[in-house]
Design a protein around this ligand. Sequence first.
Ligand code: HEM
Length: 469
Amino acid sequence: MSNALHAADTLVSPDVPSRPRPFRAPAPVPHSEPLGFFGFLKTASRNPIEIWGTRAFKEPYIVGSWLGVPNIVVNDPKAVRHLLVDNAKNYVMQPLRQRILRPLLRDGLLTAEGQLWRRTRKAIAPIFTPRHIAGFTEPMAARSQKAQERLSGMAGQTVDISHETTLLTFDILQATLFSDDIASEPDAFARSTSDFLGSMGRVDPLDLLGAPDFLPRFRRMRGRKSMNYFRQLIAETIEKRKRQLDRDPDGAPPDLLTLLLKADGLSRDEIEDNIITFIGAGHETTARSLAWTFYLLSQAPDERRMVEEEIDRVVPTLDHPSQYLDALPRTRAVFEESMRLYPPAPSLNRTALQADQFNDLTIPAGSTVLIMPWLIHRHEMLWDRPDHFIPDRFMPGNRDALDRYQYLPFGVGPRICIGASFALQEAVIALAVLMRDLRFDYDGRNQPNVVQRITVQPENGLPMKISRR
Ligand code: HEM
């Protein structure tokens, strides 16, 4: 440990009033002893969020090394700003993450770098404007309503809510991406997507060891066939739409696919890569956060009552689902607190191109820099009762007291999530529609085991009993 954050520099959010005894959200218990080389390797490949010890939740920086490369964990919000915003050009996506994701997402925005990234971001940014996103509220509400009806028919039963929210966000993505106009049977497409996403999730120990790419990664090879099939389906779907646009440029549905095909400066392959990227980056992330939100609310009945009360009082007065996000601050706060406790993207990993200095923190060229929402969101210096579910932190007024760089579910800086507004809008609409008539109660024998498989998720799903309100 090379630095200490002085008490005066700390950013503990104000002690916001809360209901009695907020719920302590389960998480792996940080270890107090070092894991050792093999212990680290084993833990990192089984469940990466378990590698963190108690210090990682207390200190502003942790400086170490892995296979001779300096490894710097940065928890101090001021340093986060320096790395991801002020000096962002000095940091590229870390090769390990690229090695895992690039075979799947190729030249998509998430895995692109340098000139390719700049050009792609510029071409795609106009697609995610507030006007276009507001245009997606209707399919979001309609698909949530469909899910609500299906789940209502299962009242009295226990379902894995994690699975159900995955079906819902997939349905929403399919509606907003393709307007259901896909080149296969919907079930075959859903199965193929699920296989593809399954092959995205695992870290191979060879990657952690920095082994060269020619050594086979057996975990990923299993997914290659399903990945090729998935790509083929996407390619055929694009071709189908392209033919339609050629025939009738104004007649195609105003969805993400049409917007991508009309965007300036994207090749046919880049459109394919970015559709796959949207599915990879935007489907499971939102689904996990929604599932965790239902779980957390089931453990905090007072909080749940307040959300239900807000939905019952406000939703009937609204004309259109595009108003939900602004009109339902408590529903939004609950979702934001759920992303604090279980950030779907728990780590933002970078590599320093040149040596860098921030105050007393020295970052040698080539260092791996880890900015971990998983740690920052539960950091003892930054949050009052960091492990507890306290949605009041995100209510208007209280939220302003948070440092911009202590809450990073969507990242920050030039590579901030391009789908952040899309995801927030989707989540609030889904919660409002589902919670209006339904209640979900946790039905597991033990607390869920929290694991990282790219996203932070419950190891064996989240069994929840459905009832009608
Ligand atoms: C709750 C839902 C979501 C979360 C928590 C989330 C989180 C993130 C984070 C943390 C990053 C930045 C990664 C980094 O800096 O290393 C990111 C990037 C990205 N996200 Fe999201 N995301 C969500 C939903 C979506 C959706 C719905 C879409 C698309 C429809 C999407 C598309 C992307 C893309 C394309 C990037 C790469 C941006 C770039 O590098 O320029 N995400 N996301």
